[in-house]
Write a new protein. Sequence first.
Length: 145
Amino acid sequence: MIKLQVIGNLGGDCVQKEINGKTVINFNVAHSEKFKDFQGNLKERTTWVNCAYWTDRTAVAQYLKRGKTVYVEGSPEAEAYTNKEGQPAATLRLRVFNLQLLGGGNESNQSDNDHDENYATTTTTSNTTQQKAAPVEEPADDLPF
């Protein structure tokens, strides 16, 4: 099995579809990284990953909005195709089996922010349960060092 893990931001709101009686949530995740090239120039590279999340737990779709930071894990598939200009191209597609909301994005809509920011929601298709991680504890101010 090949497993790919990506942490990135959603490029747009998710799209939920019914296909042959099953639900799929499609979304794109952008992962950006900064690095220096051989000449020492600072560069930035963004990799887009098309995600397909086949699940019966569709309540997570309301939180998959543009700009949200997510962790996705799944099986990658590379697909070759010919683009509009007639040139060969490829796309990376991920069949998601684990999804965690990490926060970020537009927090102005209250329905997007109903969960405590110290919690991460986990949804998996393998055991079809939703869990909440323990809250992040703040460091104590009375440390001796």
